[in-house]
Design a protein around this ligand. Structure first.
Ligand code: ADP
Ligand code: ASP
Ligand code: MG
Length: 437
């Protein structure tokens, strides 16, 4: 079984949806196809939920009407038959009525998540109906019937696998199974999601569950580039990445992949291929277990990082100091990304700042605390085992004119990370591009 995932741009217009349908049916092989919402839709839904949060029903109403008109216009472009146009219009109207009703309720996070789920529900219904009209044996599997996160917000792998396999088992004989990316249920059975960009995660969770031959992530660019093309000119595609390398790049800001989507594929040993929907014959990037020795693969950057330096109130780092520091972050369920230590203190970075004030208050009891906001982690990824001398020098040489707040190396064989101010990010990425590639 193959698993294909198409992002927002890939299903962004009726024409693109038709292209996707051609692409998934031309080899005649059975597939599970994960779809995102049409591009821009989730952002509009976030906007609608925001209006509801702020008690502005008019604002929500205007955005709903705008979005609804857009979808109504798509229908005659997508379907040939009057019958399918009518059926799909009815379905979409019902979904928009639902959104409207949700907006009339008292705001809660549950309401917000239900509103956000509608984009993928609409796009998957549109594509399923199109395939049915084209006489392709197609089944829509609702993600809410099998995709689930546990009370820590982590995918419940056992539940997902068991329920998905049961659905597939009970419904054999279809050529294409369509399902929604991004959306899931949580431990309370409520509608939830796998965070923004989460359709990639849906695809790898499915790929791991069915032990797919390959998971293909189709997007709007020819694979993983060696630097962020939004900030650097002249980037080029990387043709192969090791699971660890791609996981580091995704986690440290390469937007082409959801931050944690590589883990399920890595654990199950399912290769992931990144492909370009706009240029299907381009080779893209293959992510697998292979390791190309002695090469630097790519650079990525993660924004909105906060650095915290804690200098011990004692003269030397007493035993137990680091343990106390970490237990404070653990108590407030705040993950640490980078860490550097010295004789007297420690610097760490976090990206979730909702509990920052409480953390700082506690840290002040064991030392002097300095907080720097608006920082950015720049991560250089490749075969960075210590026997490969010289790469660290090259990277630091590239950044010679840029103030470095932290450097972290040796935590894995695959990365060296630098913490810089966000205002220096683009300059840092460009300088690394010039020297490393
Ligand atoms: P989709 O909607 O298909 O999920 P995304 O917008 O999430 O697509 O991801 C694709 C985008 O990721 C590209 O258009 C590109 O701008 C951005 N991107 C950031 N870093 C990289 C990188 N290193 N390689 C390729 N694309 C990247
Ligand atoms: N539609 C969701 C988002 O925009 C999920 C995804 O596209 O992967 O974040
Ligand atoms: Mg994405």
């Amino acid at each position: 079984m193959q698993v294909y995932k198409f992002g927002g741009t890939s299903v962004g217009t009726p024409e693109r949806m038709k292209d996707v349908c051609r692409l998934i049916t031309e080899d005649g092989q059975q597939k599970i196809v994960v779809l995102s919402a049409m591009s821009g839709t989730t952002n509009s839904l976030v906007e609608i939920a925001d209006y509801v949060r702020k008690g502005n029903p008019e604002g929500a109403g205007t955005t709903i009407t705008h979005l609804r008109h857009k979808y109504r216009d798509h229908i005659p472009c997508l379907y040939d038959t009057e019958e399918m146009q009518l059926a799909t219009r009815k379905l979409i109207d019902e979904i928009f009525l639902d959104i409207h009703d949700l907006c009339g309720m008292k705001f809660s996070e549950d309401i917000e998540k239900e509103i956000l789920s509608k984009g993928e529900i609409i796009s998957t219904n549109m594509v399923t109906n199109y395939l049915k009209e084209q006489n392709v044996r197609t089944m829509l599997i609702p993600a809410l019937d099998y995709m689930r996160i546990d009370k820590n917000g982590e995918p419940d792998m056992h539940y997902i696998r068991e329920h998905l396999l049961e659905i597939l088992d009970k419904n054999p004989g279809y050529d294409i199974y369509i399902t929604q990316g991004f959306i899931c249920r949580n431990a309370n059975g409520k509608i939830d999601n796998l965070q923004r960009g989460g359709s990639d995660y849906t695809a790898t969770l499915i790929g791991a569950s069915v032990r797919a031959d390959e998971v293909q992530i189709w997007t709007d660019i020819d694979g993983m580039h060696n630097n962020d093309p939004r900030f650097v000119e002249g980037t080029s595609p990387v043709r192969q990445l090791n699971f660890e390398e791609s996981a580091e790049l995704a986690y440290f800001g390469a937007k082409i992949l959801h931050p944690t989507c590589i883990q399920p594929a890595r654990i199950a040993g399912v290769p992931v291929r990144l492909k370009n929907t706009m240029a299907p014959s381009a080779p893209g990037t293959i992510i697998n277990n292979e390791m190309q020795e002695g090469t630097i693969k790519a650079v990525a950057a993660k924004d909105n990082i906060t650095a915290i330096k804690i200098v011990s109130s004692r003269m030397l780092l007493a035993s137990g100091f680091l343990c106390k520091v970490f237990s404070i972050f653990d108590k407030y369920k705040t993950a640490i990304d980078m860490i550097t230590t010295s004789e007297v203190g420690v610097s760490v970075t976090i990206d979730k700042t909702s509990r920052l004030a409480a953390i700082v208050e506690r840290l002040k009891k064991i030392g002097t605390v300095q907080v720097d906001t608006d920082m950015c982690i720049i991560c250089v990824v490749g075969d960075l085992r210590s026997k490969n001398t010289g790469f660290e020098t090259l990277a630091t040489e590239a950044l010679r004119d840029i103030p470095l707040r932290m450097i972290s190396y040796g935590g894995s064989d695959h990365n060296i990370s630098f913490l810089v101010a966000m205002k220096d990010k683009q300059r840092a990425l460009q300088a690394l591009q010039k020297i490393l590639f």
